[in-house]
Ligand binder design. Structure first.
Ligand code: G2I
Length: 476
């Protein structure tokens, strides 16, 4: 898949969508209805829908044991649209002894993501940490083959299922020198290009990332990453993006964050915030949580301001799930949800930065030929043989719509297997999606979001023409 160049106009949404206006509609109804307002944090909106309306994603990380926590999974599955397994795709779990692979724990997280129509970031193929001792104990001459086999086997197992892979994690020391780990010691800095090429050979469509911490601002470590990316791009090595972990301390967002992200996108790669948290000294105070809220808004605003910033992932769902207290004694409360999964000020500030409460975009709504009074926006999330499609219908006319039936043609090979917030019939060809009892009334400017799951035989495109009660709708 080609790299999205930073100069392309929005949308920067990684799924396919119609165009810039695709995400200016009112936030989707779907996910928020799964939670009481107190847990969702904002009635009728979710971080996921708000982020997607801005053309980016909001994600989180969970571990296998988190799947047993219903409060956590309810939030993960509704508020977030991207999921990273916290530990389960790392080498110590996936290949604990040479040639013996175990994907069961990560597969459970992949299933959870698919069940909730979330995309996935794979984390991570090559990393010095959580690396089994059999790898670090190998003679140097055998490390390359072991690394390539590990990447090939794991990336093949998840081929077509992931949005992105953190192919190499944390290759640099703080001074910008390469970390002297098993891979660097055996192969020199060329291990990075070799890892990227091996991953690309295994999965031609997944986005390939390098990921590191303390590279958010301009400093020697981010300079090293910048120079590496520049060199890899000039050699034609497959590389789609750079992940900035963003493990921040409240009040210490680097002032050069935006400028730094922009110098990376200028190299022709995407950037993503991959492990966001913002630790405060314990016990947290009203003031420290207010600072944290301001920091979270700063991160959201920075990503929104940088074309080519595709999304933000928080590391863990709530404060109870965070790695921070265990690693930085005296610090914690680093996420947007408290220990009881109640949204904190950082949740509200993030949602506000994403446009919550501002209603439909004030920009003029494009009109289709023939004076359409509707607009349809959508995005597809596809894997091997399946896809989900999220559609939003907006009433752009002056009168209230009472009951709608949206007609479109499914691309050849797609067969509907399920739907939400609309009834779809038949399952192939010319489809009518009809409103349900609770979403048929659309006042001027109002939207209804619905979607469906389908199987496909290779063509994963969106339908191109939609008509509402017989009149064509604008799509961009
Ligand atoms: O350390 C925070 C993150 C920094 N960037 C890369 C991430 O992959 C990393 O994640 C953390 C996990 O959140 C922790 O859960 O990586 C840690 C290890 O490097 C993970 O901690 C480990 C514990 O150290 C082990 O004792 C434990 O067995 O988690 C393991 C599985 O629960």
């Amino acid at each position: 898949m080609s790299v999205r160049t930073p100069r392309l106009p929005r949308p920067r949404h990684a799924g396919r969508a119609f165009g810039a206006a695709a995400f200016t509609a009112v936030a989707a109804l779907a996910a928020a209805t799964l939670l009481p307002t107190s847990q969702a944090g904002a009635a009728g909106t979710t971080l996921r829908s708000l982020a997607e309306a801005k053309g980016i994603y909001f994600g989180t990380a969970i571990t296998q044991s988190d799947l047993n926590n219903s409060a956590l999974t309810a939030i993960a599955g509704s508020q977030f649209g991207m999921l990273t397994p916290g530990n389960e795709m790392k080498w110590d779990t996936t290949e604990p002894s040479r040639g013996s692979f175990n994907f069961a724990p990560a597969d459970r997280i992949v299933s959870f993501a698919q069940a909730n129509s979330m995309r996935l970031r794979g984390h991570t193929l090559v990393w010095h940490n959580q690396l089994p001792s059999w790898v670090s104990g190998l003679p140097a001459a055998q490390v390359k083959a072991a690394m390539e086999n590990h990447i090939t086997t794991e990336a093949t197992h998840y081929k077509g299922k992931l949005y992105a892979w953190d192919v190499v994690n944390e290759p640099f020391n703080e001074d910008g020198s390469f970390r002297a780990d098993a891979f660097y010691n055996a192969m020199g800095s060329g291990f990075v290009a070799d890892a990227l090429r091996t991953a690309r050979a295994a999965d031609p469509n997944v986005k390939l990332y390098l990921n590191d911490y303390n590279i958010e601002g301009l400093n020697p470590k981010s300079d090293a990453m910048y120079n590496l990316v520049k060199s890899l791009k000039s050699q034609g090595v497959p590389l789609d993006g750079v992940g900035f972990q963003a493990h921040f301390i409240a009040g210490q967002l680097p002032s050069t964050f935006k400028a730094n992200l922009q110098r990376f996108t200028a190299l022709g790669v995407n950037v993503a915030i991959t492990e966001l948290d913002d630790r405060v000294q314990l016990p947290a105070t009203t003031a420290s949580l207010a600072q944290q809220a301001s920091d979270y808004a700063g991160v959201v605003n920075t990503c929104l301001a940088v074309t080519g910033c595709v999304g933000i992932t928080q590391w863990g769902v709530g404060d109870a799930d965070s790695w921070i207290p265990g690693t930085f004694p005296g610090y914690g409360a680093a996420t947007m949800y408290d220990a009881n999964y109640r949204p904190k000020p950082a949740y509200t500030s993030s949602a506000t930065a994403l446009g919550a409460g501002t209603g439909p975009s004030p920009s003029p709504t494009p009109t289709a030929p023939g004076g359409a009074s509707c607009k349809v926006t959508g995005a597809v999330n596809a894997w091997n043989t399946g896809l989900t499609e999220d559609l939003t219908l907006t009433n752009t006319g002056p009168s209230t719509i009472n009951g709608w039936s949206l007609a479109f043609t499914l691309p050849a090979g797609q067969t509907v297997t399920g739907s939400w917030n609309a009834s779809l019939t038949p399952t192939t060809g010319q489809i009518a999606a009809t409103s349900l009892s609770y979403n048929g009334t659309l006042a001027p400017g109002a939207s209804a979001s619905f979607g469906f799951q389908a199987t496909h035989t290779g063509n994963t495109s969106l339908p191109t023409v939609f008509s509402l009660n017989g009149t064509p709708c604008a799509t961009a």
